[in-house]
Design a protein around this ligand. Structure first.
Ligand code: ADP
Ligand code: MG
Length: 251
């Protein structure tokens, strides 16, 4: 599903290299957790997958379904089935959440060659998905993310994800700003989307989230590289012992 080979990337404006020879393979249906201390490049990796223009890939390759995505713009990446839930979701004043969902969903359907949804069908779909996330329908009338609490923003992201039915979901620090009940709702939403032909990359520096979203593989990112990979026991190990030993081994 996703294969990243020897990726090097820098901040376009300053030339500072952040990703320094990163390798990562995520198979079909796999849930991969990316962990690592603050500043190790986790969010940068998600921005690069999204195709943000302020980062420059200088070396290496990112293959999605066997095809390079490096020449694709963010809209093309989304249309091909990549979805990113950001650590800090953007507030969009003036655009009601429902309107945003309609536009996003219909754009995705057009990209897949499917007809646009009729309004009643759209409402039904959104109502069902929002209900599963314990979201108040009144929220959907409010401008997207504006004044939403941390938990509400995360729910709105998971709602988008469940409606768009992406092939690859990248979730950056989905647990930040969530109380334990909201965390469970979000984790349930993510777990409901697990499927043999959908892969997920879950970025977090807390083991806590991984009690609810149990990953198939765990990768430790440090200074822009994956320095250790393992199964879910690696996350438990990190919770017990911290990153110091693994960083020491890799040095
Ligand atoms: P993480 O998500 O793992 O905490 P980030 O990807 O946010 O780490 O950041 C990795 C490193 O890159 C940090 O040292 C951060 O300060 C730096 N960095 C990221 N983006 C920028 C930017 N636009 N300008 C300057 N430094 C940046
Ligand atoms: Mg981050």
């Amino acid at each position: 599903m996703l294969e990243i080979r020897n990726l090097h990337a820098r901040i376009a404006e300053t030339g500072t290299e952040i990703i320094r020879g990163l390798d990562l393979t995520v198979k079909n249906g796999e849930v991969a957790a990316i962990m690592g201390p603050n500043g190790s490049g986790k969010s940068t990796l998600s921005y690069i997958l999204a195709g943000r223009e302020d980062y420059e890939v200088t070396e290496g390759e990112i293959l999605f379904d066997g095809q390079s995505i490096l020449d694709m713009d963010p809209a093309e990446r989304a249309a091909s089935g990549i979805f990113l839930a950001f650590q800090y979701p953007l507030e969009i004043p003036g655009v009601a959440t429902m309107e945003f969902l309609k536009v996003a969903l219909n754009a995705q359907r057009r990209a897949r060659g499917e007809p646009e949804l009729k309004i009643p069908d759209l409402l039904k779909k959104v109502r069902e998905a929002a209900g599963r996330l314990n979201m108040d329908m009144a929220m959907l009338k409010r401008p997207l993310n504006v004044g939403f609490s941390g938990g509400e923003k995360k729910r709105a992201e998971i709602l988008q994800m469940s409606l768009l039915e992406p092939k690859l979901c990248v979730l950056d620090e989905t647990d930040s700003g969530l109380d334990i009940d909201a965390l469970k709702v979000v984790a349930d939403g993510v777990n409901a989307l697990r499927s043999p032909d959908r892969s997920m990359v879950v970025i977090t520096h807390y083991q806590r989230l991984l009690d609810y979203i149990v990953p198939d593989t765990v990768h430790v990112l440090y200074q822009g590289r994956v320095i250790k990979s393992g199964d879910k026991s690696l996350a438990l190990d990190l919770e017990q012992n911290g990153y110091a030993d693994i960083i020491g081994e890799a040095a």
